[in-house]
Design a protein around this ligand. Structure first.
Ligand code: EPU
Length: 438
């Protein structure tokens, strides 16, 4: 298993380009199953989860061409398998996004029921209840969810989500675009990724309004066609690099991003003393302000509020801020795994239930640490970039799931980080056996 070896202390300086949003590319790739025509997606990030999603589409029978590293052209004209198998679902929960399109277009879908994961139990009961409301019969067979639409397909209805769910909203949108009649989704997720998916579906011929608000209305159509679409920039990668500039005392120009998609993060970081200049609609310049960092409380909530996917990185930053901050995680029940590792490096963090209290500022020292999930890995990388001495981070395969060529990007900004592969040093290496991006 790969490790990162990092010698902290270098302020990061320079310019960095943000890649496409993982959590938008995943549902957009799933949406290509809704038509037999070719759908071309640009700006698909070169990360492991997208490689897994591509593999899933191919296993189902779709043809996936990659004329350029970040462009996928999918033609789902010969789908002959309607199942996302356990070996894929267990490596990536987002495989459940195949359910909606398979059910909507072919009237049948089988997906291995995802178990819990490092950040919580993460059930999909709300997805399944919504499919039932659209007329599907859902059963559990040998650990798989099996959903079947009645003769004549799904029928539009009103779905009132009792809790906001991002992939649940996406799954229902994809199931409903080919349903008979109108579907209204109330208490829908408002994330930018939902809007991006709606944009793609509209280009394919779907009739959707309200995406990005709590109420989405979908008028079913008979069929969808081909489309070409560019995935939005990754707001979490953007936020992670803003924190990287602030925590190392450097200055980064962050290009090809969409500041409007992370207003709550920008506002909170500014309150905490990070200077964030908006050069134009797609470029930010971030640095630690002259007054240093000040502790500020944060609570994670669905968009447009502070995202859970930035909580771990924010906690790393708060270890370097003066004062005490209270961090409350309301989305997932087990998303403080990074805290124990930060404590091993010298952070003063006490947590109970869904609240962590961080007392800063504490110097961080190198220590062997273990990454437990994608965003926890990002938090640990940020922490070690400002730590004294050498740190080894184990199980960094988690970070490959969602951050494109992170070692290469950080090194280009002056970080002293290298990937060590089973004892072989591979200074700029990323994801073995896959061609390097140009
Ligand atoms: N929930 C249920 N039942 C359901 C669905 C969700 O109880 O049927 C609960 C979850 O357990 C959680 C809450 O509702 O407590 C919200 O979960 P949500 O369904 O919104 O999460 P998700 O769709 O599984 C997506 C992202 C996550 C991100 C969350 C929250 C993708 C592929 N994943 O997950 O991204 O943290 O929304 O914003 O879009 C990541 O990128 O690191 C990541 C974990």
């Amino acid at each position: 298993m790969d490790k990162f070896v990092v010698r902290g202390g270098n302020p990061l300086k320079g310019s960095i380009d943000i890649g496409g949003a993982k959590n938008s590319a995943l549902p957009c790739l799933a949406a290509t199953l809704l038509t037999s025509a070719a759908v071309t997606l640009h700006n698909v990030p070169y990360v492991k989860d997208l490689i897994t999603q591509k593999r899933l589409l191919e296993d189902l029978g779709a043809t996936v061409l990659t004329p350029a590293l970040r462009t996928h052209q999918v033609t789902a004209d010969h789908i002959d398998v309607f199942e996302a198998p356990y070996h894929l679902v267990k490596t990536m929960r987002a495989s459940v996004l195949a359910l909606g399109p398979l059910l909507g277009r072919f009237g049948q879908a089988r997906v291995s029921l995802p178990g819990g994961c490092a950040i919580g139990t993460r059930p999909i009961d709300l997805h399944l209840q919504a499919f039932e409301k659209l007329g599907a019969v859902v059963s559990l067979e040998s650990g798989d969810v099996v959903a079947r639409a009645p003769q004549g397909g799904l029928t539009g209805t009103t779905i009132d989500f009792e809790k906001i769910t991002v992939t649940g909203t996406e799954n229902v949108m994809m199931a409903a675009v080919l349903a008979r009649g109108t579907t209204t989704i109330n208490n829908a997720a408002e994330e930018p990724e939902i809007e991006d998916l709606a944009d793609l579906l509209s280009k394919m011929g779907a009739r959707i309004s309200g995406a990005g608000t709590p109420t989405i209305v979908i008028e079913g159509v008979d069929e969808l066609g081909g489309a070409e679409h560019t995935i939005i920039p990754d707001r979490i990668e953007t936020g992670t690099f803003i924190v990287a500039a602030a925590i190392t005392g450097g200055e980064l120009e962050i290009r090809h991003c969409r500041p409007d998609d992370l207003r709550a993060v920008i506002a909170k970081l500014r309150e905490a003393g990070v200077e964030i200049e908006e050069k134009d609609a797609t470029t930010l310049v971030a640095r630690r302000g002259p007054g240093g960092l000040t502790s500020r409380d944060v609570t994670t909530e669905p968009h447009p509020n502070f995202p859970t996917d930035m909580q771990a990185q924010y906690m790393a930053l708060m270890t370097q801020a003066e004062g005490t901050s209270v961090i409350t995680e309301t989305i997932f029940e087990n998303r403080f795994m990074h805290a124990s590792e930060l404590i091993r490096m010298g952070a003063d963090i006490h947590f109970s239930g869904n609240t962590a209290v961080v007392r800063g500022r504490t110097p961080l020292m190198g220590a062997p640490i273990i990454a437990s999930d994608l965003r926890a890995s990002a938090s640990l990388v940020l922490a070690v970039l400002c730590a004294e001495g050498e740190t080894t981070i184990d199980r960094v395969y988690h970070i490959d799931r969602g951050y494109e060529t992170i070692v290469r990007k950080l090194r280009s900004l002056g970080a002293d980080i290298e990937r060590v592969r089973q004892g072989i040093e591979a200074a700029t290496g990323e994801m073995p056996a896959i061609p390097q991006p140009a």
